[in-house]
Design a protein around this ligand. Sequence first.
Ligand code: SF4
Length: 377
Amino acid sequence: MKPVVPYIKATQDRVVLEIQRGCIRGCRFCQAGMIYRPTRERDVEVLKEYARAMLNGTGHEEISLSSLSSSDYSKLEELVNFLITEFQDKAINISLPSLRIDAFSLDVMSKVQDIRKSSLTFAPEAGSQRMRNVINKGLTEEDILTGAGQAFEGGWTKVKLYFILGLPTETEEDMKEIARLSDRVARRYYEIPKDKRNGKCQITASSSFFVPKPFTPFQWAAMCTAEEYVHRAAVVKHEFMQQLNRKSLKYNWHEADETVLEGVFARGDRRTSKVIEEAYRLGCLYDSWTESFHNELWLQAFENTGINPDFYTLRPRSLDELFPWDFIDIGVSKQFLKREWERAMKGEVTPNCRQQCSGCGAAAFGGGVCYEDKNEI
Ligand code: SF4
């Protein structure tokens, strides 16, 4: 285990240890959660050995545990305790992205982070329970407020909340609930007696705009126009201004034009390659850097190639449409995705892979969570 170390400073200047692949949860917008099925955990003893060898072999001062949902790794406690005892006095930083916020995670984080400086991240993805059921987030408002309350009592004052705007079936109420939920999180902070608080709290809510992805139950969904996305963000922003704790709340949102482009290429077919080539000829390069993103050049490229972006973004797909990616077998069947899309439209929640198998098709690979005993959690 001797990863190559560049002799210039890299952005990801740390050991990355993948603890499991896949996710048991089944959020309906998430491509990674579908294409990496089934969830496969790595053996904890192997991980300990890798951690030791990679830190010694690279000289990195930070180790990050990577996975789509670290809290679902069944030996997380053992692994984290090992890392803390083994490496913390050697000034090795331990970072744990993608944790669910609960008592155990907060305890771990308080051991590995400076509480005053760090902020906690929650990803409720949607403001209302109705919307969270549509996306199969499996997170109740009580989970969010309890987690936030425990975090505040543990000394954290900064919380980041991530949301997606423009999800299928979203109503104005759902949009406004983003602001109201953020306010309820802030209220939870001010329930702590004044002498026990650490000044003001800072809740930063961010929303990205929904982009339907291939191989997900939402691959049939239509997107909104850039104008509609901006309008929805304005509805949320306005609702934030009405909240009691607005001084403790911040709201920002992602670029709508970039989202629409992402939407075109996420579900594009071979014709869209002409647009990319034309955009390049017109001067588009390094588009994910805001300063070098020129939407007008992209619009020109669509016009020059006679391709209508709305065909890829605004059109709801019928259930029998053949998709450009249908010839790729990811293990998860199209019938399962369809079933999930229909359940989403009815707001029905599907249990996670540890509670009950939903027969997605990935068991055909012969391993992972599909062969664990169910109803363990
Ligand atoms: S086959 Fe069942 S347990 Fe396995 S990934 Fe699919 S839904 Fe989950």
